[in-house]
Ligand binder design. Sequence first.
Ligand SMILES: CC(C)(COP(=O)(O)OP(=O)(O)OC[C@H]1O[C@@H](n2cnc3c(N)ncnc32)[C@H](O)[C@@H]1OP(=O)(O)O)[C@@H](O)C(=O)NCCC(=O)NCCS
Length: 162
Amino acid sequence: MIEIREATAGDRDAIWDIFREVVTARDTYAFDPGMSRHDALGYWFQADTRTYVAESRGRILGTYILRPNQSGGGSHVANAAFMVAPDARGQGIGRAMAEHCLSEARLLGFRAMQFNFVVSTNDSAVRLWQKLGFKIVGTLPGAFHHPEKGYVDVYVMFRSRL
Ligand SMILES: CC(C)(COP(=O)(O)OP(=O)(O)OC[C@H]1O[C@@H](n2cnc3c(N)ncnc32)[C@H](O)[C@@H]1OP(=O)(O)O)[C@@H](O)C(=O)NCCC(=O)NCCS
C-alpha cells in the first residue's frame, strides 16, 4: 500500500538519501554529483515548487516535485521531476507518483506538462512517460554525458492535455 502526500520537514533526510543515490549514479539527471545536501534540498523545496513523497510502511520510497515550467505566459505548463529509491524500482512507485502528479497538476489548473531533460538512455523513464501520454517533441543531440555510454541524446517530452 503506497501513500503519496506532500512532503514535510520530517521527510528531508529520506529525500536526501534518495536524491544522493540518484545524483551520484550520474546516469539520469544533469546535477552536479557532488551537490551538497543543502543545495539538493534547496532545489527540491523551492518556493514555486510542491514536493511530494511516496511512503509505504513508514518508509519513503520515492519523491517528486511539481512546479510551473516557466513564469508569466508559460506558467500554465507544469514541470515535474521524479526519483524512486534504487531498491524500490520496478514496483509501480514511479507510475503511481506520475499519475498522482498529473492529477495534482490538473487540480492546480495546469493545462499541459513538459519534461525538459529526459536522458534518451533512461528506458524506464522514457517508456513510462510515453505510456502516460507524453510525446517526444524534441531531441537535443548529445546533450548528456553518460558515465558509461558517453554523449547521448536528451528528449524534451510534452503532454498537451492533462
Ligand atoms: C524512472 C523512475 C522514476 C521509474 O520509477 P519505477 O518505480 O521504477 O517505475 P515503475 O515500477 O512504476 O514502472 C513504470 C513503468 O516503466 C516500466 N519499466 C520499469 N522499469 C523498466 C525498465 N528498466 N525498462 C523498461 N521499462 C521499465 C514498467 O514496465 C512500468 O510500466 P507499467 O506501469 O505499464 O507496468 C525510476 O526508475 C527512477 O527514479 N529513476 C532514477 C531517476 C529518474 O530517472 N527520474 C526520471 C528522470 S526523467
